[in-house]
Design a protein around this ligand. Sequence first.
Ligand code: PDD
Length: 282
Amino acid sequence: STVYLNNQFIPSDEARISPMDRGFLFGEGIYEVIPSYDGQFIGLQQHLDRLLDGLNALAISAPLNNQQWIDLCKKLLASNQGQDLAVYIQVTRGSGPTRQHAYPENSTPTVFAFAFEIPAQPIADKNSAVTYKVSSQQDLRWKRCQIKSTSLLGNVLHYQQGIDEGNKETILFNTKDELTEASSSNVFIVKGNTIMTPPLDNQILPGITRHILLAVLREHSQFNIEERVISYQEVINADEVWLTSSTKEIAPVIQLGEHTIASGEVGDVWLHAQTLFSKYKY
Ligand code: PDD
């Protein structure tokens, strides 16, 4: 496949990065995963805005301007095979003269991007919905989860623990037993006429799928939409639980640990939400 590395489009097996790169030494970088279906990106500008927020948080000056990022994303779609591709972008601080914690005086950021195939956009249909059984764990990551950092060890450990328990994701709760997010997704719950998701703070990533879904539901549905603290008890007693992320859109959770969610079937509200999400582009 063709990848992008520091201003060049090259075959992936020719890409070379220094082991002194601070992305390698410290996990000091920001990334994005931007989905596309049939050549159309979902939330492209919002992903690029979040990338910039992350770079600002790390005081890395943006190596490309907005139009250059857009061109890069389009070019990766054009130069790779596949109907439905996500573009992965990673920016690290680059390398310094030696391994030292302090930011080096003048380093050149490393920009790496490639495209990879993702599942087709979910069809709003109960029978073909990809359902999730998930683990439940105490959130043991760090306190800056709003930064989309490439340092994903905490997330990977949670995710793998879920896999080891025979599940496909892990939903996380803080020490007060409040829902934060999942190891690679945001979480929504439905109870009666209300659709809820935790508020944006340092405990969760401000997901683009979360953002678009909230906007679509507020504009086009009759449900009450709440961003508020959600307890573990509320999750296990919910009518529906969903995961959201760029590579899965809205995915119904049918089991959390030992607890079956409602009847263990895909819910009507999921069907409504995925129908609206597929219809409206933001
Ligand atoms: N993960 N929370 C976490 C911890 C995530 O890693 C992700 C995305 C999300 C959902 O964000 P968005 O809707 O913007 O994709 C929430 C990406 C897809 C990944 O790491 O592969």
